[in-house]
Design a protein around this ligand. Structure first.
Ligand code: CA
Length: 506
């Protein structure tokens, strides 16, 4: 039988209850204490008696001080722990413990779609990009008809996707924050899985004109068919125009075939959502191991979610490959501190009721578990909010932690997505495969047709972090090749795209 609780670090004075049924009072723990009360799964037990004022240690780190005495075997509840001050950004160690370059991992490939711009797709999709929300229902209507009436003639094309969003008008286009959503939307429209070229549908009078969307590279726009709704005569003619343009583009996309590509052509975005106290013990370390394999194979892998990194950033700045990268990491933490302060909030706004139900006491504990996704290699680069990731190796790409906003921003840079979850989310994206990894076996069993990989096996001792890491890595190559399908793709689950707009609306 598995141990009733697990600890990650020798120094930890709390353990996480493993059993799905929790533990009962009076039961001996094998560590010399008896459980004093019923404690649910994924919540914390004090492994020795602790006094008020003492730090609660998890992952070998202080996650907050106790505001009362707690006996060994008692439940250490969220409200017993006071949130510590965030680590000061002024005196962080920069590039002081740069991990060595890991051994190269050769010979791993996947079957992808090569694009003229050098990117590689993991799917072959016709994308109907849009400049503004006004056109969204029209484009979605056209996409439904194209899928039924036109797509069947082009068997090499996987899907037709209306790339709709809430941005594009009624916004302060000249505000500094506008460049974040504009850049994100431009990069998504040129996504590798669209053959790096979309059809573009514009309204005509919107703030985000096509020329504005592609201002950073206007030559690209010359190659993109643009349909302006205000130039068309009525709805039926408009839809017919979109369908004619779609048929032409579909015939081009249909000539694409998968070719053997090195694993280095993968660009994988890592995210968590609905985390619990197991996330940092099972799913995230396993994904971190897979991230190390991707780095060794020469690929790009990036993690994000500033508020879930902020409280553990002192563990990351030493891993920056040089001081400039370390400073860039701190710049993104500062930017988000100020963004939250402007809205009258701070980092304590992060944990959700579900996170807390899942045993996460506060943002410090959540962050320490979250950064396990980043594996163990050096951080090679930092992309600021809205900036495309264009470096190999491990990258930090600054995004909010909100699942759909982070996913949208990551989408601009990734051809594959890995999403870890403890509480569970049926999250998916239409443009890239989303591999969902559960932190607990109970979730994987309950959601057997939504969770792709069960990392809960690590907690029960049925698998090691290494074994799970390799399994995730191999699954990534299979999914990227179209040999295996994620559950999100099987059910056609594509969440709305929500570009992050830190600028004002008008
Ligand atoms: Ca998230």
């Amino acid at each position: 039988m598995a141990a009733p609780f697990i600890r990650v670090n020798e120094a930890d004075n709390v353990g996480i209850i493993v059993s799905a049924e929790g533990v009962s009072p009076g039961v001996a723990s094998a560590s010399g204490f008896r459980f004093r009360e019923a404690i649910p799964q994924s919540h914390k037990v004090a492994t020795r008696s602790l006094s008020a004022g003492q730090p609660v240690i998890r992952y070998g780190q202080n996650i907050g001080r106790l505001n009362r005495d707690v006996e060994a075997g008692a439940w250490v509840r969220e409200e017993f722990i006071d949130l510590p001050a965030a680590p000061s950004l002024d005196e962080m160690p920069l590039a002081t413990a740069v991990p060595p370059i890991p051994l190269p991992l050769d010979g791993f490939t996947f079957d992808g779609y090569r694009n003229a711009d050098g990117s590689v797709g993991t799917k072959n999709i016709l994308g109907l990009a849009t400049t503004v929300q006004c056109v969204a229902p029209t484009v979605e209507y056209a996409a439904r008809r194209i899928k039924v009436e036109v797509l069947p003639q082009f068997p090499n094309v996987d899907d037709v996707v209306a790339i709709t969003h809430g941005y594009g008008c009624g916004v302060a286009m000249n505000a500094p924050g506008a460049k974040v959503p504009v850049q994100t939307l431009k990069d998504i429209s040129l996504h590798a899985n669209l053959g790096a070229r979309p059809l573009l549908v514009s309204l005509g009078c919107e703030k985000l004109q096509p020329q504005r969307m592609f201002a950073s590279d206007l030559r690209v726009l010359e190659d993109i068919p643009v349909i302006r709704l205000q130039d068309e005569h009525g709805f039926a003619d408009t839809v017919a125009a979109i369908m004619r343009a779609a048929e032409k583009r579909l015939s081009e996309l249909n000539r694409r075939t998968r070719e053997t590509c090195p694993a280095s052509a993968l660009s994988v975005g890592l995210q968590c959502g609905g985390s619990d106290a197991f996330s940092g013990v099972t799913a995230n370390p396993a994904v971190g191991f897979a991230a190390d394999l991707l780095v060794r194979a020469g690929a790009t892998v990036f993690f994000s979610e500033v508020t879930e990194v902020r409280d553990a950033v002192h563990l990351l700045t030493p891993r920056a490959v040089n001081q400039d990268v370390g400073r860039s990491l701190l710049r993104e933490m500062h930017w988000f501190d100020e963004y939250l302060a402007r809205g009258g909030a701070d980092r304590s706004a992060n944990p959700t009721p579900g996170n807390k139900r899942g045993g996460l006491a506060n943002i410090v504990e959540k962050a320490l578990g979250s950064i396990a996704k980043a594996g163990s290699t050096a951080i090679q680069a930092v992309a600021s909010q809205g900036e495309k990731v264009n470096s190999k190796g491990l990258v930090f790409a600054a995004t909010p932690a909100s699942d759909f906003i982070c996913g949208t921003q990551q989408l601009a840079s990734m051809n594959l997505h890995v999403f870890t979850t403890g509480e569970g989310s049926p999250y998916g994206l239409s443009l890239v495969p989303v591999i969902k990894v559960s932190s607990r076996s109970a979730l994987a069993e309950k959601w057997h047709d939504l969770i792709d990989i069960d990392a809960g096996r690590i907690a029960t001792g049925a698998a090691t972090i290494e074994e799970l890491g390799w399994e995730i890595f191999r699954f990534m190559l299979d999914v990227a090749s179209g040999r295996k399908e994620t559950w999100a793709d099987y059910w056609g689950l594509g969440n709305a795209l929500v570009p992050f707009n830190p600028g004002p609306v008008t």
